[in-house]
Design a protein around this ligand. Structure first.
Ligand SMILES: O=C(O)CCC(=O)C(=O)O
Ligand SMILES: [Fe+2]
Length: 285
């Protein structure tokens, strides 16, 4: 029987889906060969598809240094008014866009979020850039939980306030994510955006597009260390209960700001609780 040297629409979709899932190219080629595709054709088809996808990726179209526009957050004001609380700006940087905010949550709200998260904590996972699967890694030694706000008026109120602070629609936000660090736990420096060149991120990028901004609210006072660090800036923010650090890292052209590299330094005494809101370009599904 002659080997196939053309792909049906169905196989075409299968190829994209396989690459989205982060399947290895050699496994994709092997599956095609097993289905009677010509080996050289299969290899070429996969390589061409990879090249086309890389070209279509926003990263390639938005090369060059990050171009700073008007920040989304209104942190040039000293105060940010929301429908139920006025938040104070205590520090701001324009490049990259960072703001430290006070009075984001009351002490009672911090305690309520910790109480809701406590029972749901799991070892923190990160998405594998190659396979897109959740993986527990030593660079993130905290415990974490996503908090669904469906039946929790407190969370709904806080999510609305956070959206107003970040100047973004509530629906663009992922569920509030709580992290708990014990002594020695840390979150090594990373970017919160997903590098589109990594095929493993394709599936999460379809759930509302790229992440564009982050708000990390400190839910307790840490006895010692546990700062949020921005290694490219030499900046270190000391956790303070109810305060938050905000940063944004994607502009209107879709460029990604590498200067937003940040991490959670190891806690050396006590514990650290934070609630993180990651916001997408579109509605998060
Ligand atoms: O705990 C911190 O200070 C950093 C947390 C963080 O980077 C995140 O939640 O994305
Ligand atoms: Fe982060």
């Amino acid at each position: 029987m002659n080997k196939y040297t053309r792909m049906s629409d169905e196989w075409d979709r299968w190829l994209d889906a396989s690459l989205d899932k982060g399947c290895r190219t050699q496994d994709i080629v092997a599956a095609m060969v097993a289905a009677n595709y010509d080996a050289a054709y299969a290899e070429r088809a996969v390589q061409e598809r990879l090249a086309r996808r890389a070209q279509a990726a926003p990263a390639a179209a938005t090369a060059g240094p990050y171009r700073y526009g008007t920040p989304t957050i209104r942190h040039r004001n000293n105060l940010i008014a929301t429908s139920d609380r006025t938040v104070r700006v205590s520090m701001r940087i324009e490049q990259p866009v960072i703001a430290v905010l006070d009075d984001v949550f009351s002490a009672e709200e911090c305690d309520a979020v910790v109480a809701l998260a406590r029972a749901r904590l799991q070892p923190s996972a990160t998405l594998s850039p190659t396979t897109g699967e959740n993986q527990v890694k030593e660079h993130r030694t905290s415990l974490g939980a996503f908090l669904d706000d469906a039946d929790e008026p407190v969370l709904r109120r806080l999510n609305r306030r956070i959206a107003e602070i970040m100047n973004q629609p509530v629906a663009h936000g992922e569920a509030l994510h709580v992290l708990h660090y014990g002594v020695g736990a840390e979150y090594k420096p990373h970017h919160d955006y997903f590098d589109p060149a990594n095929s493993g991120f394709a599936a999460t990028l379809r759930r509302g597009g790229q992440r564009v901004a982050t708000l990390i609210v400190y839910l307790n006072d840490v006895e010692e260390a546990g700062d949020t660090i921005f290694p490219k800036l030499g900046l270190s923010i000391v956790p303070r209960k109810g305060s938050a650090v905000y940063f944004e890292y994607v502009n209107a052209e879709g460029q990604l700001d590498e200067a937003s590299l940040h991490g959670g330094a190891p806690v050396t005494r006590g514990e650290k609780w934070v609630a993180t809101k990651w916001v997408r370009q579109g509605v998060f599904k």
